[in-house]
Design a protein around this ligand. Sequence first.
Ligand SMILES: *Cc1c(COP(=O)(O)O)cnc(C)c1O
Length: 367
Amino acid sequence: MTQNLDRLNALPLRDNLRGKSPYGAPQLDVAVALNTNENTHPVPADVHAAIVQEVTEAAWTLNRYPDREFTALREELARYLGHGLGSEHLWAANGSNEILQQLLQAFGGPGRSLLTFVPTYSMYPLLASGTDTAFIPGERAADFGLTPESAAEQVRRHGPDVVFLCSPNNPTGTALGQDVVTAVYEAGEEFSTVVVVDEAYAEFSHGGTPSALSLLEGRPRLVVSRTMSKAFALAGARLGYFAAAPEVADAVRLVRLPYHLSAVTQATALAALRHSASLLANVEDIKMQRDRIVDELKRMGLEPSESDSNFVFFGGMGDSRAVWEALLADGVLVRDVGIPGHLRVTAGTEEETSAFLESMERIASAR
Ligand SMILES: *Cc1c(COP(=O)(O)O)cnc(C)c1O
């Protein structure tokens, strides 16, 4: 390992990549993997059959490059989102991570900056260094909340080129108020800041939590990013997308690789979207398991945050590393997000959630 590191350091790597570690959520072989916020429900049989059929058709055309504009997919995504959006407002890429990278390639880059409010998604600083964008870690309150006043003040102080707002926030799980989004957008007006709301978990929000999609009208520098990796149970297919003013899609056309969305990816996503009803049926079950985790952890004397996502962030443990290890010994893998005294667990199927809660109960009562 050290030898590999020495060899890496001997390469003429860009300075802002030196000493960095790649993204690496552990991919351990455990019975109950609740560490990367995937949808742990299997792909429903009708969706599986539809994907196989679309991909089988697409396989006959693989001698040709795919539709560079993935027009059918953008139309289907617009239909799914509603809010009066058309295909011209939509853009897609290989996961919302590529979406965020393309936005930084277009609007960030050398001499430019990205502001986010930490703790938040651990990929943001990596995407910033990969695109040579200066990373500004903004602050949250002690309870990890963010008020419109504080967010706007930090935007005015730093004058960032891009702001990423993660809502619901990973790892804390809580959605931002729309007043935070509008305050950040208004504060960024004088710097022409591009404001990206990462709504990877939007489908899991409690009823009545509005999406930033309803704020797009009249805000040409607002972008709402979504993914099929979480609610759609399609993490392996790699399909992320955004909705914004049509000119934002034109901006990322300047940096996307030619034919970046393969015909297989387009066929898979189209089939899944046409069966969104049966895919999203599992979302209600996951929300129930999520609320069950919050209630049960509270009963055990732990301190879970309110969650609008498919995971729960919880504190109230002295030695969270010891709890993480004790869970793993029971075959339950959760995420240590590097915040002392806290862990994050994904809401799984009913059985997986029970396995986690039973293990937690044993660990909590032994303390
Ligand atoms: C999981 C996650 C994503 C999704 O990434 P994909 O590349 O679409 O799989 C995006 N943002 C956040 C905050 C996430 O937690």
